[in-house]
Design a protein around this ligand. Sequence first.
Ligand SMILES: Nc1ncnc2c1ncn2[C@@H]1O[C@H](COP(=O)(O)OP(=O)(O)OP(=O)(O)O)[C@@H](O)[C@H]1O
Length: 246
Amino acid sequence: MQVLSLNKINKQIKDKIILKDISFTLEEGEILGLLGPNGAGKTSMMKIISGLSRANSGKLEILGIEADKERAKIKSQLGFVMQDNNMEREFSVKEALLYYARLYKMKNYKYEVEKIISQFEMNTWQDRKIEKLSGGMARKAMIARALLVKPKILLLDEPSVGLDPDVRYDIWQEIKKLKNMGISVIITTHYMEEAEYLCDKIAILKQGELLAIDEVEKIKQIMQKDENEDITLEKAFLRFIGKEAY
Ligand SMILES: Nc1ncnc2c1ncn2[C@@H]1O[C@H](COP(=O)(O)OP(=O)(O)OP(=O)(O)O)[C@@H](O)[C@H]1O
């Protein structure tokens, strides 16, 4: 089942073209990795999908609903975890989650909050204040908060940037579980091993243009010079963006 569809999405700020004719679809349970050099337009695309920003033209459909016209209907179906910690700093983790659950008028909210705390193994630090969390804990809490309202689509903007390898691995495991729950995910990342480990498909963006979108192995094959070449995703990516290092 298709959960997201972008059709010729364009975004321009003053004279600058930020996104140009972007079209792609996302299936239920699919994990899409959005790769691109700095300034390619990855965050801008996430903002448009999440409703934080609007496209100048094009059609965005989320769960079959035209997002620009009926955003309220799909609000709780879409979670967006941004790069910055935007949780209430003076609350404890549990208080922040309870606050959010009440905001969304969740049924059985106390039970749901306890369930997600346990799912994300946050029990031992659930009473710690948000401002006292480590980077990894904060990221986990933010992902947990986004999942609390049971969205169908989760947008993760650089979910593991700046984290230790073991915490990063922890977060990867949580993301992998989402797939089995039928949640679709879009991740922006600069880490090729993250994209390769997690993603079913890769989209490559450069200067606002979608250069390719395909399965990881296909992306590699397209840029493989001959069938004997042992090509990595990093090598293929660099060739796509015209920065061949090998
Ligand atoms: N509000 C704005 N006004 C003007 N230009 C903007 C604005 N927001 C983004 N841009 C420009 O749009 C382009 C895409 O930015 P965006 O943050 O989406 O890129 P990105 O791929 O997420 O980059 P990074 O990997 O560095 O996070 C950049 O050239 C940026 O300078």
